[in-house]
Design a protein around this ligand. Structure first.
Ligand SMILES: NC(=O)c1ccc[n+]([C@@H]2O[C@H](COP(=O)([O-])OP(=O)(O)OC[C@H]3O[C@@H](n4cnc5c(N)ncnc54)[C@H](OP(=O)(O)O)[C@@H]3O)[C@@H](O)[C@H]2O)c1
Length: 317
């Protein structure tokens, strides 16, 4: 019936393999013929057997699933897929309609997967900044983990909306042109943010889209202007946040948590509407590579080693 990636417990460790499968995986009221998924940071952790992501075995990983159900192209991002229930690295999946978003007409299945959780999370982050009244006139926006999936889409969306962005990256020499191509006005070395800094620093940012956590998030908070907002969605540097209250009580800085996994349908819809309105499909294509299911385990290892760029679409069938 097809091939799927399955993570199984083997002698105490969790190992991912490509297997021939005949089942329809998962539960839910919608049966989906999955054509595409994608590779996100969390997928790479799952493929690596990380028990913080792989909550049950056997498990089909893949936190995104795009495919046709009842004649309609739908996508599910997160909602436990590829963590606590079977995900998108299989051609036949059941999902709950309560979390299924109809793919906006202007996107193909491959484009919806190129957006995936990373792009939808970038949209949630940008939407949160706008909800906090951070406007293009407010000042510069820092985007961390800039060459990654969330970072790349956030840079592009912000640029389209008229914001001035600054990209924080560990690969300035290698990918500086790529980041400037996504609209970054300046590219900063992430090493400058990677160590503990002063609790209050020169206020530069009107807003921050942070994907790294740890000292980078704390330094970004310390450099945010009066009344600015910082969104926190990721932990590529670390899960720790050893921060001072100073940015909050002396500058009224706001820290906004972003959770794509359990977001209710109206919030998902809002983020997808923003993507449908603003994304330039040529720019999306320029940040995307397509791979097949048999390549995804190696690609996951590359992503964890910080060697991939932008978004990776996984062609499932
Ligand atoms: N809260 C949510 O709902 C949600 C949703 C999606 C993603 N996330 C999280 O957001 C983060 C980014 O996800 P993604 O899919 O965009 O991942 P990604 O494509 O792998 O991008 C992560 C980027 O972070 C930087 N990076 C990697 N390792 C690092 C390290 N040790 N220290 C500092 N920087 C490092 C790299 O950028 P440079 O090379 O440019 O420095 C890399 O491209 C992950 O932590 C992910 O789990 C959370």
């Amino acid at each position: 019936m097809g091939h799927s990636i399955i993570i199984r417990d083997q002698n105490g460790s969790r190992t991912a393999r490509l297997e021939e499968t005949h089942d329809i995986f998962g539960d839910g009221d919608l049966e989906v013929a999955v054509s595409h998924s994608s590779l996100n940071y969390k997928d790479a952790m799952a493929l690596d057997g990380n028990p913080g992501v792989v909550r049950t075995t056997p498990l089909v990983p893949g936190i995104d699933a795009v495919g046709v159900s009842d004649g309609q192209l739908i996508t599910v991002n997160g909602a436990g897929l590829g963590e606590r229930r079977h995900g998108g690295y299989t051609p036949h999946l059941r999902v709950d309609s309560a979390v299924a978003v109809t793919v906006p007409e202007r996107f193909t299945a491959a484009e919806a997967a190129a957006i995936g959780t990373a792009g939808y999370t970038a949209a949630l982050s940008v939407d949160a900044l706008r909800s906090q009244h951070v406007s293009p006139d407010s000042g510069e926006i820092l985007v961390t983990g800039a060459t990654g999936g969330v970072g790349s889409v956030a840079l592009h969306l912000l640029h389209r909306l008229g914001y001035t962005t600054v990209a924080l990256t560990g690969r300035r020499e290698e990918h500086g042109d790529y980041l400037r191509g996504l609209g970054a006005a300046d590219v900063v070395d992430r090493a400058e943010y990677a160590e503990p800094g002063k609790p209050l620093q020169r206020g530069r940012w009107a807003g921050v889209v942070d994907t790294l956590g740890s000292h980078t998030l704390v330094n970004a908070l310390a450099q945010t202007q009066w009344g600015g907002a910082v969104t926190a969605c990721g932990m590529a540097q670390g899960t720790d946040v050893s921060a001072s209250v100073m940015p909050f009580i002396l500058r009224g800085v706001r820290l906004i948590g972003i959770n794509s996994v359990d977001a209710p349908l109206p919030l998902r819809q809002r983020a997808w509407d923003l993507l449908a309105a603003e994304l330039d499909l040529d720019v999306l294509a320029s940040m995307t590579e397509e791979i097949t299911l048999d390549q995804v385990i190696d690609a996951g290892a590359e992503l964890l080693a910080g060697k991939r760029l932008g978004r990776t679409v996984v062609k499932v069938q």
